[in-house]
Design a binder for this molecule. Structure first.
Ligand SMILES: [Ca+2]
Ligand SMILES: [Ca+2]
Ligand SMILES: [Ca+2]
Ligand SMILES: [Ca+2]
Length: 476
């Protein structure tokens, strides 16, 4: 593989949509062509297909798409022994030069996820620790902060939250800058990256505070910040110029002006593309979801989960009807709603601790209906998006659970997706700590993008506004 290809997708992920929007669309077209032979045939022989029924969910006995292989595990931090607990969605970028994206995340010691931790980079090819940093320029990364990555003019910048602000490092793990900001004491916050005024230079977002690529303060919004864990994101959801900052109950313009606020409805936002235009849904950890019109800020509907919790939602066309649905996990249920707020189905999950894990969307079998992926305290499941039926149940999973969700990308570049997830369990031994990359050795899982650069990342949203989007626009 040429090294130019992953770089190009990394640019896309970092948000340079003006130049690379078509590149993202091209990748989605590749996904379709990869699956044009689905259910078909011999064309798949070269990809390891032995019989056509092997890759169908409902293909009877030979149902190879359900098989889960552990491609890679990281559970031992050789650089900073003991700092091997992971409870965030890992992100990826090229750290070494082998052409395989590498994995970056925060790690904590013991159960101290709310204390100081380490920023860790692991080889996506071997699982070896490339570097681990408990201090960057004297600033200590939080043990369960999200990581966001920007690539600008060939240079990679990773940001992570510390006790009193945002800490930036280069791809070798060397300190770059520190930007003071208000950070909740336990530091479980999720910085985002985007290009606010689409001028080609990325910005970083922490709650309601925007920083330039060099870490200089751009503005600090005075209203919402995406819930107490700063789930805010950049997206182009209104007619205001440039991108907006979607911060739960508040929409900020690119200059920091409050475009609207929607009362007390702060929480995890996601963008839902509908045939009537985009809407913003916000999941509150108290156990409800609201939908807000991004132009007016008017409340469109509200749904009470009747059970505690609610984590980062995922939006996609889960049932193949051309409209976008919303999946959201709480403490005891995974629920699927349509864009009018009607409950379509719900399934039991087990997450009494955080009750707020995320979930993610991917069309594993390429049939135009996205599946839902969710990891609770003891299992990782892939649910049929239409019915909620369990398609994959990986019982080796374990997590203390926070707000993490599995990232889905083609890490090894073989044309098929892998799942990248934190696996730090409660009752299991040390072997369950760390991260895992899961794949399907039958080659049954569809093609996917090759990067995942922030908690707010959405691969689907980068093709066009007509494609169902979720947490953030790929642009910027
Ligand atoms: Ca910019
Ligand atoms: Ca649908
Ligand atoms: Ca599907
Ligand atoms: Ca792959």
């Amino acid at each position: 593989m040429s090294t130019a290809i992953p770089f190009r997708f990394a640019l896309c992920a970092a948000g340079l949509a003006i130049a690379w929007g078509s590149g993202c669309g091209g990748q989605l077209a590749l996904e379709e062509s990869e699956w044009s032979s689905h259910g078909g045939s011999d064309e798949r022989e070269g990809l390891g297909y032995h019989e056509e029924r092997q890759c169908l969910w409902d293909g009877g006995a030979a149902d190879g798409s359900r098989d889960v292989d552990v491609n890679l595990r990281w559970s031992d931090n050789e650089e900073d022994p003991g700092f091997d607990g992971v409870m965030v969605t890992p992100v990826t970028t090229h750290i070494d030069a082998d052409g395989i994206p590498d994995i970056v995340f925060t790690a904590f010691r013991g159960l101290d996820y709310g204390g100081a931790g380490a920023l860790v980079a692991v080889s996506g090819a071997t699982g070896d620790t490339l570097w681990s940093r408990r201090s960057l320029g004297g600033f200590r990364p939080h043990g369960a902060s999200g990581v966001a990555i920007a690539i600008h003019e060939g240079e990679t910048t990773l940001v992570v939250a510390g006790a009193r602000g945002l800490i930036a490092a280069d791809r070798s793990g060397h300190f770059r800058w520190f930007a003071p900001a208000e950070v909740p004491e336990n530091g479980t916050v999720y910085p985002s990256v985007g290009d606010l005024e689409t001028d080609g230079e990325p910005e970083f977002l922490l709650g309601s505070t925007v920083f330039g690529y060099d870490g200089r303060l751009r503005w600090r919004g005075e209203a919402g910040h995406g819930g107490r864990h700063f789930g805010s994101l950049f997206a182009d959801v209104s007619s205001a110029p440039g991108l907006e900052v979607v911060a739960g109950n508040t929409l900020y313009g690119s200059d920091g002006a409050v475009l609207w606020t929607a009362g007390g409805n702060d929480g995890w936002p996601a963008i839902v593309e509908t045939s009537d235009g985009p809407l913003i849904v916000v999941v509150r950890q108290s156990g409800s979801m609201v939908a807000i019109d991004p132009e007016s800020g008017n409340l469109l509907w509200e749904q009470d989960f009747s059970s505690p919790g609610g984590g980062p939602p995922a939006a996609a066309d889960f049932n193949g009807d051309g409209e976008t649905e919303i999946a959201v996990a709480s403490g005891d249920k995974l629920r699927m709603f349509d864009s009018r707020g009607t409950l379509l189905w719900e399934r039991p999950i087990h997450d009494p601790s955080s009750a707020a894990t995320g979930c993610s969307a991917f069309d594993f079998d390429g049939d135009g209906r996205y599946e839902v992926v969710q990891g609770d305290e003891v299992e990782l499941r892939v649910f049929d998006g239409s019915t909620g039926e369990t398609r994959i149940d990986w019982s080796e999973h374990g997590s203390l659970t926070l707000y993490e969700y599995p990232a889905i990308l083609d890490l090894n570049g073989d044309g098929h997706a892998e799942l990248l997830l934190a696996t730090t369990g409660i009752n299991d031994g040390a072997a369950s700590r760390g991260i895992a990359v899961l794949g399907n050795s039958n080659g049954c899982w569809a093609a996917a993008h090759r990067s995942w650069n922030q908690h707010a990342y959405s691969p689907r949203a980068c093709a066009s506004s007509s494609v169902p989007g979720t947490r953030a626009q790929c642009a910027p």
